[in-house]
Design a protein around this ligand. Structure first.
Ligand SMILES: [Zn+2]
Ligand SMILES: [Zn+2]
Length: 76
């Protein structure tokens, strides 16, 4: 089964699947902007979890939702 989920572009690292870490703070949850008084990373609210994929490392719909062929040619 071919998965249509793709690597989350916002994750800190990962080749084919993101590691689920916030790229702004690399999963530490610490605000890397030293000029800010806010101690927590504003992008993940200090959780260290990538907000784009909720820490799953993948984005996109499940292959069961839409058959791959339909996304190419559309339903007739
Ligand atoms: Zn992500
Ligand atoms: Zn963060």
């Amino acid at each position: 089964m071919h998965s249509r989920k793709t690597r989350c572009p916002d994750c800190a690292s990962g080749a084919f699947r993101g590691n689920g870490n916030c790229a702004k703070c690399d999963g530490t949850g610490i605000n890397t902007n030293v000029s800010s008084i806010q101690p927590e990373c504003p992008y993940c609210k200090g959780s260290g979890i990538c907000g784009e994929c909720q820490g799953t490392g993948l984005i996109g719909s499940d292959p069961e939702d839409t058959p791959f062929i339909l996304t190419l040619f559309g339903p007739k």
